[in-house]
Write a protein that binds this ligand. Structure first.
Ligand SMILES: *Cc1c(COP(=O)(O)O)cnc(C)c1O
Length: 423
């Protein structure tokens, strides 16, 4: 199947007489005939469901669909994108460890890595996504456990050099984790470029309709944990909380995801509800069609803004001449996403006047769904960051993030035009 067909069918194949739509298994618990059968599940000796905090059939079907789209080996849903990024790193890092992250990432992830992980004894070094191989190499320490980046950075819409980061990570015996929220597997599949683990805030394009918070982790199954066993004791030495099983020995390519579900989900409980997973399955069905429209609309709007005399600059990698255009053609040949970054001439007051004048495009702390919305990171998502940190995260205080939806593009341009005239 081609990827747009997979969006409809992967993860669930109804048998004779079964429901066509993914069934919502709205049950916390699952019944077994004997206590031995239950016990075997608790020991991870048998496969099956026993409590929806750890795993649920509806969530698994949807996770399988996303895993198939990403070309991964195993996947899991989480309650949010934040939980996905937390688990993705914490599954292989513990107190005393260190990891490297691109500084151009979602504000919430930046806080999680820079502030909250520090309290847990895990240190993060942020590097500019534009680092050279030598500079990236210099950030490694003996206790570095992974490298993290965003395929298309939020909100600066830079295209990340996945191949280079993967090469350097692997040279140092650690995996590359990529947050692929903005590109979605329709427009970029990081695993094909050497990335090991992919995360998503499914809250964005995958849900697509601003209806439910969710996240996902997909493991390629490609990283050889045993080859660097001393770095990843959580995967390669006995887990006493499961009678001493060793994840890599028992689960092979599924070791990483099995540990995350059976250990982190058990203990932290950031599980997604089956109802939300069902909404995700609906979003996934139209993902390929929507991404095509998002990209087509966004390119038209980017060109319109670029030609406007009240606009100072526009960043959108699908625009010819954009700094990341070549990278976009390589990693996202069918288009990047619907998000544009731009700045208008004038001061902060003018930016606010412009945003408040919009009638169709709403000012919303969201991005990447069917309806167009706009946001000013310096006054919204990134407001916890000082100006210095903003600049370090590559966010120009003037940057306006415009998320282009699937409306008729003429209506969007008309709205932008009347608002720009208002300044
Ligand atoms: C929104 C977002 C997150 C956080 O996801 P939530 O679902 O809001 O928890 C993480 N990464 C990126 C790139 C995002 O846009």
């Amino acid at each position: 199947m081609k990827i747009d067909t997979k969006c409809l069918y992967e993860g669930y194949t109804p048998a004779n007489g079964e429901p066509r739509a993914i069934p919502i298994v709205q049950s916390t618990t699952f019944k077994y005939e004997s206590s031995d059968a239950m016990g075997a599940l608790f020991d991870l000796e048998a496969e099956g469901y026993f409590y929806s905090r750890l795993a649920n059939p509806t969530c698994d079907m949807v996770a399988k669909r996303i895993t198939a789209l990403e070309g991964g080996y195993a996947g899991m849903l989480t309650s949010s994108g934040q939980a996905a990024n937390f688990f993705a790193v914490f599954n292989i890092c513990e107190a005393g460890d260190h990891f490297i992250a691109s500084s151009a990432i979602y504000g919430g992830t930046y806080n999680l890595f820079g502030t909250t992980f520090k309290k847990m004894g895990i240190e993060c070094t942020f590097v500019d996504p534009e680092v050279t191989e030598e500079e990236l190499q210099a950030a490694f320490r003996p206790n570095t456990k992974c490298v993290f980046g965003e395929t298309i950075t939020n909100p600066t819409v830079q295209i990340f050099d996945i191949e280079m980061f993967a090469r350097v990570a692997h040279k140092n015996g650690v995996p590359l984790i990529m947050d692929n929220t903005f590109a979605t597997p329709i427009n970029c599949r990081p695993i094909e470029w050497g990335c090991d683990i992919v995360t998503h805030s499914t809250t964005k394009y995958i849900d697509g309709h601003a209806s439910s918070i969710g996240g996902c982790i997909v493991d390629s199954g490609n990283f050889d944990w045993d080859a660097h066993a001393e770095k990843f004791p959580g995967l390669t030495t006995p887990d006493e909380s499961y009678h001493g099983i060793i994840y890599t020995k028992k689960f092979g390519k599924a070791a990483y995801i099995t540990k995350a579900t059976s250990q982190l989900m058990r203990d932290f409980g950031c599980s997604q509800s089956p109802q939300s997973a069902y909404y995700l399955s609906l979003g996934l069905e139209s993902l390929a069609v929507r991404m095509e429209r998002h990209c087509k609309n966004a390119l038209a709007v980017a060109k319109y803004l670029q030609g406007h005399d009240k606009v100072e600059w526009v960043k959108y990698a699908d625009l010819e001449g954009d700094k990341y255009h070549e990278a976009a053609k390589k990693y996202c040949p069918n288009g990047t996403c619907g998000v544009i970054a731009f700045a208008i001439k004038g001061d902060r007051k003018d930016a606010v006047t412009f945003m408040d004048s919009l009638k169709l495009i709403s000012v919303i702390t969201h991005v990447a769904d069917a309806k167009s919305c706009i946001e000013h990171p310096a006054s919204h998502t990134h407001r916890q960051l000082t100006d210095e940190e903003l600049l370090q995260a590559g966010v120009d205080p003037k940057l306006i993030r415009l998320s282009i939806g699937i409306e008729n593009v003429d209506d969007l341009i008309a709205d932008l035009e009347q608002a720009l005239q208002n300044i």
